[in-house]
Design a protein around this ligand. Structure first.
Ligand code: F6R
Length: 611
């Protein structure tokens, strides 16, 4: 949510920043801007996508060796030029970019207004910037000290980066709650919200922690805490290649990421699952296996698609491990005074590892003594670091705003964790255990089969693109897949879609069914099959259009449905990793058919770092 990038060193800063902003645009695209510093501090900003900023800067003086850029997902103040970042201080000497929310900004703003400050924007960022400048003027101190003093008063989440016209050889950045990575080059430094703008130049990075301040010159990096003590930077090597952040010939990242799923699920299983030996190797889980297998209760927390992965996992864990599982929206969990006991296990699921709602929920659960297991995609992200243990999903960078490959990788990891715990508890017999290991092993090949539906689903999307609403129904393991299918459709094609447990339909949503309503059934062959066939009959009797995801050879539903997407047979516990894929494609092609920017759907951002 908001992307930031900055550079200091011998290169021209603007091209580095511009390229970085394009890579970070998935984090928000309401407006963008750059600040460039040589002898003077120049700030350029524009409502809309980065390309619009780029066009507006043709012919401008962009020469600088230090600079920063921002791509915005609006929180305070509507998306327009005025509210775009960077912001300039009252004196014009400082410029700042910010990712996050300053919760006590109203109070700070009032204090500053009483002192005569006038604000040019509606943002919390401009308030914080002038608060910093005011401290500097009152205390006659350097920028670094003013930032430290200011941040002690700030409530909220932030990454900020500041440029000072009077010290063109220095960038100052600080973090609490939002992500910040420093890239260390030879005689140059990069700063960004994630590693994608950095990877082209260096693989050596430092992940800045909460309450840390970075003072960067071309050839020097100083990290400090807010108490002014120096901290030794922990330099890590990035395990990522450039190809992972490029479209690789696909028209959109979303399509590329859908098609990557055979490989991403394979990568997720690789080195862990051994069907010959009958083992699952996950060091982060093995180390804590006693705590996990003796837990009285497991609570899955997450948001959006990650929450849906938790819902599937609830069924898997309860079935295999016989431990009670609850699944909570992270945002609700945090603020409803949840009952959490020491010994409870919280499984926090997140693609980005930076979702603010999930982070605060983890903090709350930790306070109450729970054990936190992170299932995260982005290596080194905040959630990965604040969890007591974890397992990465290894899906690689997910850039399309709608989550696809991260979901199937989350399911693969959660299934492996459940199998490990079940084995330890003795709640699964060897035949079933070995069967599920083999089923998991076959998922990447089966996903390849599912992807062959691509062309047919494109036609299906054309057929239904004018629908105003859609209903997605599933039962059992496929219930959460129905929710996920509906979420994908609404966020990408803006068609209103609802997901429901199929049997719940008759308790209300059936009132919506008429000949104009497509009803998508996720109805692979499982223990609920007969029941869902009845639900399909109920819709058919009311002339709803039936679109169904079914297993090979299911002639019963095939004869009832208007359109079918046929996928390979799989154990019901594994089936969601396959059944979700046609729904991802359906959403993708519906968005494309309607002419929308599917990688950057309106009002959304990839990494939701505000509560
Ligand atoms: C939907 C989507 C979002 C995210 C949600 C959580 O396609 O991408 O619903 O799943 O914002 O994000 P993470 O998994 O990064 O915590």
């Amino acid at each position: 949510m908001c992307g930031i990038v900055a550079y200091i060193g011998p290169r021209e800063a603007y091209p580095v920043i511009l390229k970085g902003l394009k890579r970070l645009e998935y984090r928000g695209y309401d407006s963008s801007g750059v600040a460039l510093l040589n002898d003077e501090l120049r700030v350029y900003k524009k409502k809309g996508k980065v390309a619009e900023l780029e066009d507006s800067l043709v012919g401008k003086d962009l020469h600088a060796h230090a600079g920063m850029g921002h791509t915005r997902w609006a929180t305070h103040g509507e998306p327009n030029d005025r509210n775009a970042h960077p912001h300039s201080s009252a004196s014009g000497r400082l410029a700042m970019i910010h990712n996050g929310i300053i919760e006590n900004y109203t109070q700070l703003k009032q204090e500053l207004m009483r002192k005569g400050y006038v604000f040019k924007s509606d943002t919390d960022t401009e308030v914080l910037l002038n608060f910093i400048e005011d401290i500097q003027q009152n205390n006659q101190c350097g920028l670094e000290e003013a930032v430290r003093i200011a941040l002690k008063r700030v409530v909220g989440a932030y990454v900020i980066v500041l440029l000072d016209r009077d010290t063109p050889d220095t960038l100052i950045a600080a973090r609490k709650g939002s992500p910040l990575v420093i890239g260390i080059g030879k005689g140059e430094h990069f700063l960004a919200s994630d590693a994608s703008p950095i990877i082209e130049y260096t693989k050596e990075v430092v992940y800045v922690n909460d309450y840390e301040l970075a003072i960067l010159k071309s050839d020097e990096l100083i990290l400090k805490n807010l108490g002014n003590d120096k901290i030794t930077p922990f330099i890590q090597k990035l395990d990522m290649e450039m190809a992972a952040i490029e479209k690789g010939g696909y028209e959109h990242f979303m399509l590329k990421e859908i098609f990557e799923q055979p490989a991403t699920i394979f990568d997720c299983l690789r080195g862990r699952l051994d069907v010959v030996k009958g083992t699952i190797t996950m060091a982060g889980i093995q180390q804590h296996i006693e705590k996990l297998s003796t837990a009285k209760r497991i609570i899955m927390i997450g948001c959006g698609t990650s929450w849906h992965a938790g819902l599937v996992a609830e069924y898997v864990f309860e079935e295999l491990c016989r431990i009670p599982v609850e699944v909570e929206y992270a945002s609700e969990f945090r603020y409803r005074n949840p009952v959490v006991h020491p010994g409870d296990v919280i499984i926090a699921i997140s693609q980005s590892g930076e979702t603010a709602d999930t982070i605060v929920a983890i903090e709350k659960a930790k306070e109450n003594g729970a054990f936190i297991l992170g299932v995260v995609n982005v290596v080194g992200s905040s959630i990965a670091r604040i969890s007591n243990a974890g397992a990465y999903t290894h899906a690689g960078p997910e850039i399309g705003v709608a989550s696809t490959k991260a979901f199937t990788a989350q399911l693969a990891v959660l299934t492996m964790i459940a199998l490990k715990i079940a084995k330890e508890r003795g709640s699964i017999d060897t035949t079933r255990y070995m069967h599920l290991l083999n089923e998991l092993h076959s998922v990447p090949e089966k996903v390849k089969e599912v992807l062959k539906l691509n062309g047919a689903i494109q036609k299906l999307a054309e057929k239904y693109k004018e629908a105003k609403d859609a209903l997605y129904l599933g039962r059992g393991y496929n219930f959460a897949v129905a929710l996920e299918g509906a979420l994908k459709l609404k966020e990408i094609s803006y068609i209103h879609a609802e997901g429901y447990p199929a049997a719940e339909m008759k308790h209300g949503p059936i009132a919506l069914v008429d000949e104009a309503l497509p009803v998508v059934f996720v109805a692979t062959r499982d223990s609920y099959h007969e029941k869902i066939v009845s639900n399909i009959q109920e819709v058919k009797a009311r002339k709803g259009k039936i679109v169904a995801v079914i297993s090979e050879g299911d002639t019963i539903i095939e004869s009832m449905a208007d359109d079918c997407m046929v996928i390979p047979e799989a154990d019901e516990l594994i089936a969601p990793m396959l059944s979700v894929i046609p729904l991802q494609l359906l959403a993708y092609y519906s968005g494309v058919a309607k002419g929308y920017d599917v990688d950057k759907p309106r009002n959304l951002a990839k990494s939701v770092t505000v509560e």
